[in-house]
Ligand binder design. Structure first.
Ligand code: ATP
Ligand code: MG
Length: 466
């Protein structure tokens, strides 16, 4: 069987960095580190069995102030590699409410993502076939196939001549079907109402919730219930258009072998799954949390077996965590990576520092990434026929103010750009389209200054607004 290594072999480390460059400005060192880690997983897959088992992922800690792209790198990476990916906040596990929700739940979440990923891929594979089968079912309703035992079929209106004998009749029926099929496919029948049987089970979107904790024990209530309860058939009446969609969905479910999906998902998670543990610094240091919170060290101790490699029970089966890649991140303002328990430190051999962002970085972030904020707002207003045009000095001014507020109030990195832009564009966003009809709105340095200068100068005010 062909092993899909998710086209990752198409991405060399430098190509991964190049992809990340499309979204994240600077932070080259961090990009390099993750690119190597990702590529190494693919490389490992190519190594012969015995040695392959020995090659452990090089887990990474991203260290850097808030809002400089740590989470963003992880997010983009996940999209890129199409690997199962989850992000958790380490500090969550110290909270009282989460005591019941053990650290292993991150692996369960990961397998859930993996199953959905594989299922979506399989769905794509069978889509054409499922649609074809759905169309056949629709045709069966529109033009019921001839049954041998039946005699003297009712001649459809407008049909030329009654069929003589069974063979001829079958032939006619076939012809009519083909003719109708074309109409169905062309969407000519879209509006016609038809009645059909649909399997109502679970597609109703009903979630069967088991008793608390069942899920954590790796028991799939949904499936057990699904097997006990008979598949309910429900008569539905919809347009042909909708029926085709519903039936295609149903056929798809039938064509996908969930057992295969689960098996593949587990394999995928074990070999290319990624868990991003955000705010790891919040559980560093031995300090006991206050009150009934779980101690930070306690969380580290819980994390350790998962990061070191253990078996976790999930409802899809046992998942081995040995080769899951962990990327941790934290600002480490107060604590240092060396405040983590030694065993955990050892499991994160790669440390990368991210830099704080400068005014020049902000100019770049505002303009160049594919999802750059200015592009986003531009696209929003374009839907109203308004063209936002930022002059160079206008952009520079926004970046300058962002830097200034970051220095004076609190450094929240590139997140500052979001708050500044919403304030800056607030009026325009409100006045379009009533007061500002289709037009070009120019935003230059003067506009930015007029709008923001007063707020920036008033530190109390900027604390609240910017
Ligand atoms: N270097 C960068 N290039 C482009 N955009 C960035 C960069 N750094 C941050 N951003 C943007 O700023 C926002 C916050 O970034 P991100 O979530 O990555 O912060 P973080 O480093 O994880 O911070 P925290 O420590 O608070 O979790 C995101 O919308 C992201 O797109
Ligand atoms: Mg983050």
């Amino acid at each position: 069987m062909e092993k899909k290594s998710f086209d990752m072999k198409l991405f060399t480390p430098s190509q991964i960095v190049k992809e990340l460059d499309k979204y994240i400005i600077g932070q080259t060192e961090a990009k390099r580190a993750v690119a190597i880690a990702i590529r190494n997983r693919w490389r490992r897959q190519q190594v012969k069995d015995i040695l392959r088992e020995e090659i452990m992922p090089n887990n990474i800690i991203l260290i850097g102030p808030t809002g400089v792209g740590k989470t963003e790198i992880a997010r983009r990476l996940a999209k890129l590699s199409q690997a199962p990916f989850v992000k958790v906040e380490a500090s969550k596990f110290t909270e009282v409410g989460y005591v019941g929700r053990d650290v292993e739940s991150m692996v369960r979440d990961l397998i859930e993502v993996g199953v959905n990923l594989v299922k979506a891929e399989k769905a794509l594979e069978v889509q054409a076939k499922a649609e074809e089968m759905a169309d056949e079912r629709v045709l069966d309703i529109l033009i019921p196939p001839v049954r041998k035992t039946q005699t003297a079929p009712v001649v459809q209106e407008g049909e030329e001549q009654p069929a003589n004998g069974e063979e001829n009749e079958a032939y006619q029926n076939q012809k009519t079907r083909e003719w109708m099929k074309l109409k169905v496919k062309n969407g000519e029948m879209d509006e016609k109402m038809i009645e059909f049987d649909s399997q109502a089970q679970s597609s109703m979107g009903m979630q069967v919730l088991g008793p608390f904790g069942m899920d954590d024990m790796g028991i799939n209530i949904q499936e057990i219930m699904g097997n006990i309860m008979p598949k309910k058939r429900k008569k539905r009446k919809t347009t042909v258009k909708e029926a085709r969609q519903i039936l295609a969905q149903e056929e798809m479910q039938k064509l996908i072998d969930m057992e295969v999906v689960q098996k593949e998902a587990i394999e995928r998670v074990e070999n290319s799954g990624m868990i991003f543990i955000d705010e790891i610094d919040k559980v560093a240091g031995g300090g006991k949390g206050q009150g009934p919170d779980v101690s930070r060290e306690g969380v580290q101790r819980d994390l350790l077996p998962i990061v070191e490699g253990s078996n976790v029970n999930t409802k899809y089966g046992v998942v081995r965590t040995d080769h899951i890649l962990f990327i941790a991140s934290g600002a480490f303002h107060v604590s240092k990576p060396s405040d983590l328990i030694p065993e955990l430190q050892g499991r994160f051999p790669i440390r990368v520092e991210l830099n704080s962002l400068s005014e020049d970085d902000f100019v770049q972030i505002l303009t160049t990434p594919q999802n750059a904020l200015l592009k986003q707002y531009g696209a929003l207003l374009e839907t109203e026929g308004v063209k936002l045009s930022f002059s160079k000095d206008g952009i520079r001014e926004i970046a300058r103010i962002a830097t200034e507020v970051n220095e004076q109030v609190e450094n929240i990195g590139a997140r500052r750009l979001h708050t500044i832009l919403t304030t800056l564009l607030d009026e325009i966003l409100f006045d379009v389209p009533d007061k500002i009809p289709s037009d070009t709105v120019k935003i230059d340095a003067k506009f930015v200054k007029d709008k923001l200068e007063k707020i920036v100068k008033d530190r109390d005010l900027s604390k609240f607004i910017l």
